[in-house]
Design a protein around this ligand. Structure first.
Ligand SMILES: [Zn+2]
Length: 150
């Protein structure tokens, strides 16, 4: 059972990592489930400086999509820029840690599956072998039941 003790050790270490990630997630603070970034823009006026590459900005910008659908893409209100920056960063860290937890879970599940196959006993060991005769008494009572139904 050398492999079992290696698996036990692996699961222990993975679970320690998992717990650290969970602690980060539990203390994540407020989450802005959107991207926050500084955006440079072109106004469209051909005589403006931006037409020759000197863009306007930077403007604090909020971009949010969900399941591929763009929900928000607009400038952030001035008095909330620092919160938006912080909460969006919190969410980025939250997502990264959660993704790592999911991948650790997959790894742990694989090891649990391996424990099952290493420890599994054949259920057939607990039943009568094929061709082994049943007790005479039981057979009679089964036939009796059959008879009553008919
Ligand atoms: Zn311009």
């Amino acid at each position: 059972m050398e492999e079992l003790s290696q698996i036990r050790q692996k699961i222990y270490l993975l679970n320690q990592k998992r717990w650290k990630l969970l602690e980060i997630i539990m203390g994540s603070g407020k989450l802005l489930t959107a991207s926050f970034y500084e955006r440079m823009t072109r106004c469209g006026n051909p005589n403006c400086k931006c037409a020759s590459g000197e863009l306007h900005g930077p403007f604090p910008w909020i971009y949010q999509n969900r399941k591929g659908e763009k929900l928000i893409s607009t400038s952030c209100v001035a008095d909330k820029v620092e919160d938006a920056r912080q909460f969006s960063e919190n969410y980025k860290i939250f997502k990264e840690n959660w993704a790592q937890i999911k991948s650790l879970d997959e790894e742990i599940n694989g090891l649990v599956t391996r424990i099952q196959s290493l420890n599994e006993v054949d259920a057939k060991e607990f039943i009568k072998k094929v061709g082994e005769k049943r007790g005479r008494k039981r057979k009679q009572s089964e036939e009796g039941t059959k008879g009553q139904k008919n």
